[in-house]
Design a protein around this ligand. Sequence first.
Ligand code: ZN
Length: 462
Amino acid sequence: MAEVKLGSRNIAYNMVAMSFLSSVFFKGYHVWIKRDRICQYADSLLKTQYLSPEAMAELRRKKLGELLCQAVTAVPYYRERFSGDPERLRKDPDLSQFGLLDKSIIRANYEALQHRDIAAMGAEKNSTSGSTGESLFFLISRKQHWMCDAEYFRSYSWIGTTPLVPQGTLWGARFDNLPETGFKGFMRDHFKPFYFFSSYDLTEEKLELICRTIREKKLEVFTSYPSPLEHLAKFVKTRGYNFPSLKGIITSSEQLFPYQREMFGQVFGCPVFNRYGSREFGFIAHECEKHEGLHISAEHVWVEILNDALQPCKPGEIGDLYITDLDNYAMPFIRYRIGDRASWKGIDCSCGRSLPLLEQIDGRSFELVRDRSGHAVSGTFWTLVTRFVAPEIIAFQLHQKTLDEAELLLVSPQKLSGPQEKLLQEKIVEKLPDLQISIRYVDEIPLTRSGKKRFVTSDLER
Ligand SMILES: [Zn+2]
């Protein structure tokens, strides 16, 4: 029997979650009507998060071994590339024997990457447009889908609440906007008060509506991309509103900057929980109540952070994220380069959970700006340098056209002064000596098709 550690506060968090999980409504719906295993998985995740590090490592090693063994026996793409004994992989899983995966490889091998028994796995087609606007289609198994939902439920216990409380979302992805109909819509309307607001439409009237909804419906959780939330927070601040019902703000899908976290905490009067996920994997990492980093969903994903030489990064060293999904046998994602960069925290969280911590997610790798001589900076740089030189800048976007030329779009109440512009150019030249930057003032920064704000866009090949 694996060791389970529970402190008094952890028990309190679990009681909230357990009372939710054991409710007649929830279990009845999932166990008897939908006949899924989400309750079972969520129940298990609430326990496994407190496994000892050794027991957690053993659980993960077993899941990885099973996945790799399945991949090389039942998935043509991997079977063609592996000549050893599959059973050896089950006992001693070694990811270094597997090549890396990216979007172009998946597109080129869509059929060959499918497990021979996808029908039995209840595989569903899914897609991501990513931030490049280029679609990627893939399959996810029923088990992976259930596991993602279970991770979602666990994350609410970390906020000290449940997914059934009144909550709001300020979001832009069109796929996520569709209203649910039929029985599911009825259940959501009557048992899960959920209010959706579009990040495409942020007039004062809509901002006022969001504030009124949070106050009158007593919303406990509010989820958003950081950039529209910053817009809302500035509005709330000018009106002097406060929202005593809010227990947590969840941010996701864009980089959350420290100044934004501070602003959201002050304006909304509750803690901010950063979340990292993707359509391919669902939940990858989430903050707990201690806010010491993002706990990876260790029972569900195997995360590697590799440097340019494809060697594992040390704690604090930023590298590219490669994810292996431990639950999706339908189309195994093994060592998939997701396109984001991150670093390991390197120490355990004081909450006692044995889920390793990411220190930070540092922009997307396509947000790196490069020059011809090989210098490169990530998206964070542009936020810091523009705020340093001219705090009055409202918004910006760096558009890299070539290795020699980029344009900085600025939204600002007035043009930068001569000394400010000179200082800005100097700071950029320090990092990117061979890149010519021109400045253009605009009224607003265009959003991506999914309504997100990108700090950096690039015409360069990835
Ligand atoms: Zn923690």
